[in-house]
Design a protein around this ligand. Structure first.
Ligand code: SF4
Length: 152
């Protein structure tokens, strides 16, 4: 058994399986009013095919366990308070990521009576992920870059 494990470890080193950067980020996703296009791409990024977990990126169910508040969609009037509560519940240091053009305040959706604007109008945004919707590679690339960022 010991020989087999050693052999497997050696083989793993030889074929240099990608392990991603050091560290990890736990992401609490909140839909603040999107059309669900951004959610589809986020789901694809977390699927076994794209497997963003191999880069240390994990979706978590609670803001209390999260490093990043990942927000999709423009912020509706009703979602402002839940966003603020989720942000206040997160342990420091923490990051806010705006996923998609709507979250960045320049998307297709935008009825002034219903939407307050982009995420930056409500919370400080650290990571900006452009696209309508951004594809899984773009989502993973921006979040991996966030692993290197200092958190406030
Ligand atoms: S950025 Fe595009 S896909 Fe994402 S919520 Fe806005 S309209 Fe939908």
């Amino acid at each position: 058994m010991f020989l087999l494990l050693n052999h497997l470890r050696r083989q793993r080193r030889e074929i240099a399986l990608p392990r991603g950067p050091r560290g990890s980020l736990h992401l609490r996703h909140v839909d603040a009013g999107s059309c669900n296009g951004c959610e589809h791409e986020l789901q694809a990024a977390a699927s076994p095919f794209h497997d963003m977990q191999r880069f240390g990126l994990f979706i978590t169910a609670s803001p209390r366990h999260a490093d990043v508040l990942l927000i999709t969609g423009p912020v509706t009037t009703r979602m402002r308070r839940p966003l603020e509560i989720a942000y206040a519940s997160m342990p420091e240091p923490r990051l806010v990521a705006a996923l998609g053009d709507c979250a960045l305040g320049c998307g297709l959706l935008g009825d002034p009576r219903e939407f307050l604007g982009g995420v930056a109008d409500v919370l400080p945004v650290d990571v900006r992920i452009p696209g309508c919707p951004p594809d899984p590679e773009t989502i993973a690339r921006h979040l991996v870059a966030a692993l290197e960022r200092p958190r406030a």
